[in-house]
Design a protein around this ligand. Structure first.
Ligand code: ZN
Length: 294
């Protein structure tokens, strides 16, 4: 793994009629691999999903946040990723210990792990009473095409999405990243054809990252006249804390807390997102029980 920090750039081209994002997520995906002990195929599936989520997070503003749930019928179970406009990303999979033989292209078989049937559900908390929800069927399971389909169908913005994760022989992440090119209204057929040609002729995202290209260079590879508007550091951040877990325990109610104290002597709560374990001993549980009673 290289030591470069994870960065995302946002740019526009063709007088703002094209909006594009490119990101390196190598450190993020390796952090998730380490925390969740994902095997290579699971690492690639989770890595592609959080990479898409990181870029979709960059489309948000202020305190808005986003959740992506990939619910396929493959052995990995559900992939969950969350992100926000500050570049904070976290994610996990139901079954991290999934590794399959390479597919016919010699690549990690992400579709085999995710499954080729199911749904991708997107939920955006935009500060309204109800979150925005979008859902599309899984069409390939390789995820890049599935997110492309999501943008076309659910957000009615045609887009090209590229996602890639390359895993080392020691299972660590060599490179990870991606791009999204969104076609906004007003493009001519010729311009669209030109963009499609550029996307089609792009070497894989992982090949570009392996060459050491920065996200802005990746973006210019696709859109030579792209203007970089801003950039954002991408980081693994989990919002869990001992205080939040305590509140969850309080909400279990008196009966369940009394049972925990009597039968188990302690309680261990593991955060799905970061795999951090919070342990509460008998005395601490007693304090929480008193809170639940008051
Ligand atoms: Zn956590």
């Amino acid at each position: 793994m290289d030591n470069k920090r994870d960065r995302l750039v946002r740019g526009t081209a063709l007088d703002g009629r094209v909006r594009a994002f490119a990101v390196r997520t190598t450190a993020l995906v390796d952090e998730l691999r380490r925390r969740h002990d994902t095997y290579p195929t699971a690492t690639a599936a989770l890595g592609r999903t959080v990479t898409a989520a990181a870029m979709m997070g960059a489309m948000l503003k202020g305190q808005e946040k986003l959740a992506v749930m990939v619910k396929g019928n493959g052995p990995i179970g559900q992939i969950t990723a969350e992100s926000n406009a500050f570049g904070e990303v976290r994610g996990y999979v139901t079954n991290p210990h999934v590794h399959l033989p390479s597919n016919s292209l010699g690549k990690l078989d992400v579709a085999g792990a995710v499954g080729t049937e199911g749904f991708i559900d997107i939920s955006k908390d935009l500060g309204m009473k109800e979150p925005y929800r979008g859902s599309v069927p899984i069409i390939s399971g390789e995820l890049g095409d599935d997110f492309t389909y999501y943008f076309a169908v659910s957000e009615q913005t045609p887009a090209a999405v590229g996602l890639g994760v390359l895993v080392e022989t020691d299972n660590s992440v060599r490179v990870a990243g991606g791009f999204i090119v969104q076609l906004l209204p007003g493009l001519t057929d010729e311009e669209i054809t030109e963009i499609e040609r550029a996307v089609g002729s792009l070497p894989s995202v992982t090949a570009l990252l392996e060459e050491g290209l920065e996200p802005e260079e990746m973006l210019r590879y696709l859109l030579p006249d792209a203007v970089i508007m801003d950039e954002l550091d991408i980081n693994f951040v989990c919002q869990c804390s001992r205080e939040r877990v305590e509140q969850t325990l309080v909400s279990l109610g008196e009966k369940e807390l009394e049972r925990l104290i009597e039968e188990d002597d302690q309680a261990e709560v593991v955060c799905h997102f970061c795999n951090e374990a919070y342990v509460f001993n008998k005395d601490e549980l007693q304090v929480i029980l008193d809170q639940a009673k008051s």
